[in-house]
Design a protein around this ligand. Structure first.
Ligand SMILES: Nc1ncnc2c1ncn2[C@@H]1O[C@H](COP(=O)(O)OP(=O)(O)OP(=O)(O)O)[C@@H](O)[C@H]1O
Ligand SMILES: [Mg+2]
Length: 441
């Protein structure tokens, strides 16, 4: 074999004239063995619908791949098996023994090729995981976390359901609960976020507070409730405000102290000091209104820490990503996450977004993610990501809503996953916390 055309089979049908309904019935009646296992029956054959993927030429230095720009003549021998190294080359997967290979499962089909993704290439270009409820998204996220941990990569997981707590502990990581052992400094919140939390209505009060926040933000250093109070008083005095006004503003700013998640921020450098660390942020107890503020503040802090080189390369995963990057209204988190997703590749900071409803996700962000895992999903949601399915053939796309749990379509581009492929996500060694409990006990 010097030169072969690699084809992808999307549907296949057996033609077997030896097993027509009538002949099968007669064989059954007389107890004659059927021919379904016979491989040497000359009129029996399989018709497969295929699509050429690559032309591969074997050289002394491995395979050279080219786009399939020639016609394969009729009568050419067809092999139904493909050597593992060739399958890997065609799909763009690294050798599973490579240091940066993330092993996630096996390709569905006769080859069973291991699905290995190159962490260095895939992660900084961001990942999207979508699928209906109970299809295997969180399982896969846990599998990715195990692989990152094994390869010594750091991960922060925004855990909306607290389902990665046990796995995190099993991997020697740390679970933080916002409002309990994770607080965010006031300076990590955006100006409208701070103003929205201080209950002032009077125009003068709002003006003083706004100016104080702007001044502190311009200082670009960390500040807390006490600093905001002093600055507001200073601004108030410069405006000639009466003592009464200053007292009201001080009292209102003091009320920020009652918000449980505001305080000294986490020392991200220390929290992520060990290689392979996973930090799980259990957000179960946060009401929706605070969830966005906290996630936005954490993202800002971590993004800035990475940008300035204070922390090593890392991955951040966000479940229910549509809450933070919604298609319609502007969420507090959207600005910072969009910035992160655009800059991530340059600063080795990867984002993994998980969603049940990609139709509710900001389309411009979905487009930027490069590697996508698509689990079984409603046709209406699937239509929202049609443009994001790379070269997946229509027959495979049609089958997505019926894929079984734990099986997904993997797509990317020539740098990451060269050709769309369906694979089964592999087993987990850590606890999966997203089980579906039984209703009846
Ligand atoms: N690769 C897999 N191997 C074995 N079991 C799996 C696999 N993927 C999923 N499962 C099973 O399916 C169940 C649901 O999977 P999972 O929790 O990952 O769903 P999900 O897509 O995250 O759903 P939701 O959107 O509701 O969070 C798991 O509890 C597990 O039992
Ligand atoms: Mg889940």
């Amino acid at each position: 074999m010097d030169r072969v055309c690699i084809i992808r089979v999307s549907t296949a049908m057996e033609h077997n004239p030896y097993e027509e309904p009538k002949t099968s019935q007669i064989k059954d009646m007389f107890g004659i063995q059927d021919s379904s296992d016979g491989s040497d029956l000359i009129r029996k054959f399989v018709v497969a619908e295929t699509e050429p993927l690559e032309i591969a030429t074997l050289t002394d230095n491995g395979y050279v791949l080219e786009p399939p720009n020639l016609i394969v003549p009729a009568g050419t021998v067809v092999y139904d098996d493909i050597p593992d190294d060739l399958a890997r080359a065609v799909l763009g997967f690294p050798d599973p023994s490579d240091k940066g290979a993330l092993l996630l499962g096996n390709v569905v089909g006769s080859s069973g090729t291991p699905v290995a993704l190159n962490a260095n290439v895939v992660l900084p270009r961001h990942v999207l995981i979508v699928g209906s409820t109970g299809t295997g998204k969180s399982w896969l996220l846990g599998k990715i976390a195990e692989q990152l941990h094994e390869r010594g990569l750091r991960m922060i997981n925004i855990d909306i359901h607290g389902e990665m707590n046990r796995a995190t502990e099993q991997m020697g990581g740390k679970v933080y609960v916002p409002g309990k052992d994770l607080k965010v400094p006031l300076s990590s919140l955006a100006e409208p976020e701070i103003l929205g939390m201080v209950p002032v209505q009077h125009d003068l009060h709002i003006d003083i507070l706004t100016k104080a926040v702007i001044n502190l933000k311009a200082g670009k250093t960390k500040f807390g409730i006490g600093d905001l109070k002093s600055e507001a008083i200073r601004v108030g005095e410069s405006y000639g405000a009466k003592q009464n006004t200053l007292d009201i503003i001080s009292a209102r700013i003091d009320q920020l102290g009652q918000i449980p998640f505001i305080g000294q921020g986490l020392d991200w450098k220390a929290a992520l000091s060990e290689s392979g660390t996973i930090v799980n942020i259990d957000c179960r107890m946060l009401p929706q209104s605070q969830l966005q503020l906290v996630v936005a503040a954490i993202t800002r802090d971590v993004y800035n820490a990475r940008r300035t080189g204070a922390i090593p390369p890392l991955v951040m995963a966000i479940d229910e990503a549509h809450l933070f990057l919604p298609a319609t209204d502007k969420a507090e988190t959207a600005t910072v996450l969009s910035q992160l997703i655009r800059m991530g590749r340059h600063i080795a900071f990867g984002l993994i977004l998980v969603s049940q409803t990609p139709g509710d996700l900001d389309k411009s962000i979905t487009k930027i993610t490069n590697t996508r895992f698509i689990f079984a999903i409603e046709p209406s949601e699937l239509s929202s990501i049609y443009g994001a399915l790379s070269d997946a053939p229509p027959e495979i796309v049609k089958g997505i809503p019926r894929m079984k749990s734990g099986t997904c379509l993997l797509v990317g581009n020539r740098e990451t996953v060269r050709h769309a492929t369906v694979f089964e996500v592999g087993g987990r060694s850590t606890h999966h916390g997203g089980e579906t409990p039984t209703m009846l006990r």
